[in-house]
Design a protein around this ligand. Structure first.
Ligand SMILES: [Zn+2]
Length: 323
């Protein structure tokens, strides 16, 4: 990033004081929730309509690209878990190859992301979210698979937090970014980037905006069928951010995989029906109530859907082993 680019990005940061105050409030709210986590809404669960998985007329190839690792206490990833252990977390991109297009879900990290992107985030956020060094940059990860950025047709971020789009810095600026209109509006309008968003990788990019105007799918209220054949369905996972989406794939090994972004960070949250603790949830979930509703929708999914939460080390490494 050039100096002028960096200056522009820093000028759009949320001010440090308000970020520190938000973090303090989140930390203060956390101990009580570790003892008494927010209870599941049984009425909401009972009222959910659960549709059968839609049929798909073709399948896709899925390749998991692990790019970085970090860890967080289990009890804050899924609040109230009685464990002092830390939970390994992973940052990853997902390469999807469909007969009509090759694309990435979450172009996650560029090389040297600690220097190129993290400084855009207001203090103390970089201290909370930095992956272990070094990370595998997207260009290097693609090259290891015999691909260059120009071999991709487009990218689909599950949302616009920095750790899902920093790899854009290593892709052509003309690369179309397919994205719900609501997510673009939330991240890119306003004087300050929302906490968790670094606008540097997103500036001067070719956005191809859409609305989720398709019918309910599984437990999700809205969808979009990317190729019109049921193989790649985008579903509404709003809450973590306003335009968070999941990507439901019909994979060529016969599995149905839901790339769930950061609606949850780990499947633990889905199994136990738990929010993230206030720290980090109050900082990084835009609408906590909507995010918890989405956790209920994930919990109620019919069997046979392999859910890969955005940073779920176990789920990501299990899938990567099948690359
Ligand atoms: Zn993330």
């Amino acid at each position: 990033m050039s100096d002028s680019h960096g200056f522009a990005a820093r000028a759009e940061q949320t001010p440090t004081l308000s970020t520190v105050l938000r973090c303090c409030a989140a930390v203060a709210a956390t101990p009580a929730r570790l003892v008494r986590p927010r209870r599941a809404d049984r009425g909401l669960l009972a009222g959910l309509t659960v549709l059968d998985p839609p049929s798909a007329r073709t399948t896709v190839q899925l390749t998991v690209i692990r790019q970085g690792d970090m860890a967080a206490p289990k009890t804050i990833v899924a609040e109230g878990v009685r464990s002092l252990r830390s939970l390994p977390l992973t940052m990853a991109a997902f390469l999807v190859e469909h007969p009509k297009g090759r694309f990435l879900v979450d172009p996650a990290l560029c090389s040297k992301v600690h220097d190129r992107v993290l400084p855009e985030l207001p203090f103390p956020i970089p201290l909370l979210v930095a992956p272990h060094k070094p990370v595998l940059g997207l260009a290097d990860a693609l090259a290891a698979r015999g691909l260059a950025g120009g071999d991709l047709d487009f990218v689909i971020p599950t949302h616009l937090h920095w750790d899902h789009v920093s790899g854009l810095l290593e892709l052509p600026t003309s690369m179309p970014i397919r994205l719900p209109r609501a997510e673009h509006e939330w991240a890119m309008s306003g004087a300050h980037a929302p906490i968790g968003v670094a606008r540097g990788p997103l500036r001067d990019r070719a956005f191809d905006l859409f609305d989720l105007d398709g019918p309910p799918v599984l437990t999700f209220p809205r969808s979009r069928d990317l190729f019109g054949d049921g193989s790649v369905l985008l579903v509404d996972l709003a809450g973590h951010t306003p335009g968070s989406i999941g990507v439901l794939l019909a994979v060529d090994d016969g599995s149905r995989v839901l790339l769930a972004g950061d609606a949850v960070w780990s499947k633990l949250q889905i199994d136990l029906l738990r929010e993230k603790a206030p720290m980090p949830g109050q900082i990084f979930d835009t609408d906590r109530d909507a995010a918890f509703t989405t956790v209920h929708r994930l919990h109620a999914l019919p069997p046979g859907i392999e859910i890969i939460a955005g940073h779920d080390h176990a789920a990501i490494t299990a899938r990567a082993a099948r690359n």
